[in-house]
Ligand binder design. Structure first.
Ligand code: ZN
Length: 209
């Protein structure tokens, strides 16, 4: 009887240990937020709407991460053209227990290029946040050849209200004719997504498949 119990107990312990490890390895929760959507188109110019392009970038970023990397779970704030408030996005990410929040946007009213933001407040994991932002920033600039407009800080809702490290990327300038032409090109969208995926994976230490 004692022997029997120990065997069962041994098996139970083994399976707990294994499942615990598996859960840990697959447990980096990445919340990808294609900004705007639905009744909020974001910036519009040159026949493009910000909400459409960033949705394409976000879906491709998710697919590349799932195809090329392991150790993570991804949730998107939207996978179609729907209206969603900023509060709904950060509440969803926080309730889900996101480990990283990345919001994808297209700029307007600025010179050409790429820039990224983190929250300008003072908070515990600021250094780690900026380190992960840097890998996404550098990989995206490298993949796309975008003019580097710099790593910046701002008091933006999604950055401030996210419980996890968070960054917001501005991928080109929609009312700049040259950037708009690039953003109409499927291969260029792929490059932006590849930059985001590789930057996220490197920054969060996801193993390549
Ligand atoms: Zn935007």
């Amino acid at each position: 009887m004692f022997l029997f119990v120990s065997i069962i107990w041994g098996i139970a312990l083994t399976s707990i240990t294994i499942s615990h490890n598996v859960v840990e390895a697959a447990n980096t929760r990445i919340y990808i937020d294609p900004g705007h959507g639905g009744s909020d188109p974001g910036a519009s110019a040159n026949g493009l709407q910000e909400k459409d392009i960033m949705l394409e970038i976000a879906l491709k970023t998710r697919d590349i991460l799932n195809e090329q990397y392991s150790g993570h779970t991804i949730k998107l704030s939207r996978t179609s053209d729907v209206t969603k408030s900023l509060n709904a996005r950060t509440n969803e990410a926080n309730n889900w227990g996101a480990n990283f929040f990345v919001s994808i946007h297209i700029n307007a009213g600025n010179p050409t290029g790429y820039e990224s933001f983190t929250w300008n407040g003072s908070y515990d994991n600021k250094e780690r946040t900026n380190a992960t932002r840097k890998t996404i920033h550098n990989e995206t600039v490298e993949q796309t050849g975008f003019t580097d407009r710099g790593e910046k800080e701002a008091n933006l809702h999604v950055l401030r209200e996210s419980s996890s490290p968070a960054t917001l990327t501005e991928n080109g300038v929609i009312d700049n004719a040259e950037d708009a032409d690039k953003l109409k090109n499927e291969a260029f969208i792929e490059e932006i997504a590849q930059g985001h995926a590789e930057g996220i994976a490197k920054g969060l230490g996801l193993p390549a498949k």
